[in-house]
Design a protein around this ligand. Sequence first.
Ligand code: SF4
Length: 237
Amino acid sequence: MTHGLRIAREALSIDSVSRSEVLRYLGYQGQPLSPELDRRIDDTVARCIAIAQPRMSLASYALREIGEQGVALESCTLRLTGHDIVEHLADACEVVLFATTLGVGIDRELRRLSLTDTLEQVIFDAAATALVERAADAAEAQARAYAAAAGAFTSWRFSPGYGDLPLDVQGDFLAALDATRQLGITLTPSSLMVPTKSVTALVGIHPTVQPGLVSSCSICSLSDFCTIRQTGRTCRG
Ligand code: SF4
């Protein structure tokens, strides 16, 4: 039995990102990197981390109704539509929603670089994408700890725009997290988030271990933020 997570905002302290993730976002496929480019990537990642102000907001909601057309939540207007999310949450009793953002300073820097140094802009953009995903890892780790404390399990994280869950749920998703007030996230008319380096996602809270969880803590992307292992358990029980 969970106790419910009320909307909580938190500043995140993240001092590193995975270099291989940054290279992946740069489209790197094993070609040799010059020492100069190598150093430039490291310097840009460090500058991105210095400018970013990663924050997150998360909250849990009980499921009110789950049917062919979608999932309705208690006490909020968010309705998650599509077959994929219905399948994802099939035996869930609750969801944890979360949003993370790096703040407006990152967008300001990307705009400046677009006018002054396009190579640096591309590297900075990849670094920021890796960093906001790491912020989402930190939020997901909290959701897993919340589930584990109740003897429950989370599913893998699912974002608006995945599968057939439409992007136009973003407005109600952000409202359910009070994310405009808590984090300063707003939407463009086409439902894209501003600041651009922002992520919204949810995990289901389930009574049984869910497929898709990593089999070992040693390869888990959440491990730096995990508080479950301190209890002598893992998120798999
Ligand atoms: S580090 Fe281990 S216990 Fe923690 S979230 Fe990852 S797999 Fe689960």
